[in-house]
Design a protein around this ligand. Structure first.
Ligand SMILES: [Zn+2]
Ligand SMILES: [Zn+2]
Length: 256
């Protein structure tokens, strides 16, 4: 059997007869796709299995996990641990009536690896000059599963308005927001709409509008951010947006 080594460094040790594959191992690829981290999984796995998991490449491999909500340990594959509430008690809770009550709730998921680009940070700053942003939330509970999770992670959340703002450019995380990825963006928007949220998408650098609340532009500018606030006013009314305004309604009047 040929020993295989992946680009991420996992797999067989480099040496004679080792074939190096020019992509990450299946586990690293799924971790990346789910926007999670291996270190987060290492915190959750049973301590005795940490060393094994740290070099694991297979998503079908089984491990013992500790429930983050304090339930009993459970056995699940890496894939299940990454894509579903692997804990049987949590899974039952996710299907129960309290899950419906939580739909639309915004909260902080501390396990979420945030990959914020410089432009997203600039968007946050510019928007933060106009409306008060809640910095302690990064996830919204949804009523269906999206990539195996009952939550989505928009770029910016304004829970008081139930509006999410997404910044899409073709280069982000190497995946263009077009084709299949646009379909996934739309599914994410739909999941948010189901729980009472609206999504404003800033689509730059040649990306087309994919919703009535898409803003198509060449780059992120002050005018684009003003347009975001204008759409918020259209969706939720002046009173709701004024209640969050940093500089008051005068600014909005000046920019409209
Ligand atoms: Zn790997
Ligand atoms: Zn649990």
């Amino acid at each position: 059997m040929v020993a295989v080594r992946f680009r991420c460094g996992h797999g067989a040790a480099a040496g004679d007869g080792t074939v190096t594959i020019s992509r990450g191992c299946p586990m690293c690829m799924l971790v990346d796709e789910m926007q999670r981290s291996r270190s987060e999984l290492l915190r959750r796995v049973a301590p005795a299995q940490r060393a094994r998991l740290s070099v694991e490449t297979r998503i079908g491999a089984e491990y013992d996990w500790r429930c983050e909500r304090g339930h009993d340990r459970y056995t699940a594959t890496v894939r299940e641990a990454l894509t579903s509430p692997g804990c049987p008690k949590c899974r039952r809770n996710a299907a129960g009536p309290s899950a419906a009550r939580e739909a639309g709730l915004a909260y902080m998921n501390h396990g979420l690896r945030t990959r914020t680009s410089a432009t997203e940070q600039r968007l946050r700053v510019l928007l933060g000059e106009r409306i008060r942003l809640h910095h302690r939330v990064n996830a919204v509970r949804i009523a269906r599963t999206f990539y195996g999770r009952q939550e989505v992670w928009p770029d910016i959340l304004v829970p008081q308005l139930r509006i999410a703002v997404e910044y899409d450019d073709p280069g982000r995380s190497r995946r263009a927001h077009s084709g299949l990825k646009a379909a996934s963006d739309l599914e994410k928007d739909e999941a948010l709409r189901e729980v009472g949220w609206d999504v404003i998408r800033i689509r730059t650098a040649g990306l087309e509008a994919i919703s009535p609340t898409s803003i198509v532009c060449r780059a992120l500018t002050v005018e684009v951010v003003d347009e975001v606030v204008a759409i918020m006013r259209r969706l939720r009314g002046d009173a709701a947006v004024d209640a969050l305004a940093v500089t008051g309604p005068a600014r909005a009047a000046a920019s409209s």
